[in-house]
Design a protein around this ligand. Structure first.
Ligand SMILES: CC(C)(COP(=O)(O)OP(=O)(O)OC[C@H]1O[C@@H](n2cnc3c(N)ncnc32)[C@H](O)[C@@H]1OP(=O)(O)O)[C@@H](O)C(=O)NCCC(=O)NCCS
Length: 211
């Protein structure tokens, strides 16, 4: 009797593992097939070694780093190493390039949780380009990609309570504030309250009149 039961659970477990493996493979395949997203003013594309100086500009700016977990970089060589060791390490990490000038002004990366059909993301922008609507434009394109191409069910992200500009970006892109997680992230020795934002595929479709 117990043998049959354990065989049943083993089969169930193997099927579950195969199922989630297929899902991950599909997401990665779709990401590989769509290395570039385009908006009115921006290209969201893969990083290249040529972005080292542009990455150095925001990655060494203490004002930019203040609201990030990342400690940043202090030389262009480090920027170069970061590009090859992190920014090109997996699909879903987009360099944000201004079409008109060709300058790489930031990064938006998505992190897929295939078991729960959801993704989170993080973003950063060179301070000289803040307040021009660039990140909202980039995030809208990424939400469309997540819901239409990847067919993800939920997209979510957190920001420190002391970083309201980030919440504003998510709100403008259609995400809803879902609550505050108190002292949930310790960064550089300090515990921060975070604000959680989320959006479901059905909500995104309603907002964008997609059937
Ligand atoms: C957060 C960040 C990505 C925003 O990028 P951005 O391109 O300047 O964002 P947008 O221009 O699309 O929108 C910013 C909105 O925040 C608003 N804003 C800016 N500072 C604000 C503040 N202190 N309080 C409330 N709203 C603020 C702007 O007015 C704008 O809203 P509006 O268009 O209605 O005027 C950028 O500031 C950044 O890189 N910060 C450092 C890294 C970081 O914090 N990353 C996010 C970690 S969660």
């Amino acid at each position: 009797m117990w043998r049959e039961a354990s065989r049943y659970y083993l089969t169930y477990f193997i099927l579950l593992m195969i199922g989630s493996g297929v899902l991950v493979a599909n997401y990665n395949e779709i990401l590989h097939k769509n290395p570039t997203l385009e908006t009115q003013r921006l290209l969201l594309r893969k990083f290249s070694g040529d972005d080292a100086y542009d990455l150095f500009e925001w990655g060494s700016d203490p004002e930019v780093l203040k609201t990030l977990v990342w400690n940043g970089i202090s030389t262009i060589d480090e920027a170069h190493d970061n590009i090859f060791n992190f920014y090109l390490s997996r699909p879903g990490i987009f360099a944000i390039q201004v079409k008109e000038s060709g300058k790489c002004i930031g990064c938006l990366d998505i992190r897929i949780d295939s078991d729960n059909e959801k993704t989170s993301f993080g973003y950063v922008l060179n301070r000289n380009f803040w307040g021009k609507g660039y990140m909202t434009e980039a995030l809208r394109a990424v939400l469309e990609f997540c819901f239409v191409k990847l067919e993800i069910n939920r997209v979510e992200a957190n920001h420190y309570i002391t970083n309201p500009a980030s919440g504003k970006v998510m709100e403008k892109a259609g995400m809803k504030k879902e609550g505050i997680t108190r002292q949930s992230v310790k960064v550089k020795g300090v515990l921060h309250d975070c604000v959680l934002y989320g959006i479901l595929r059905e909500e995104w479709k309603d907002l964008n009149s997609v059937v």
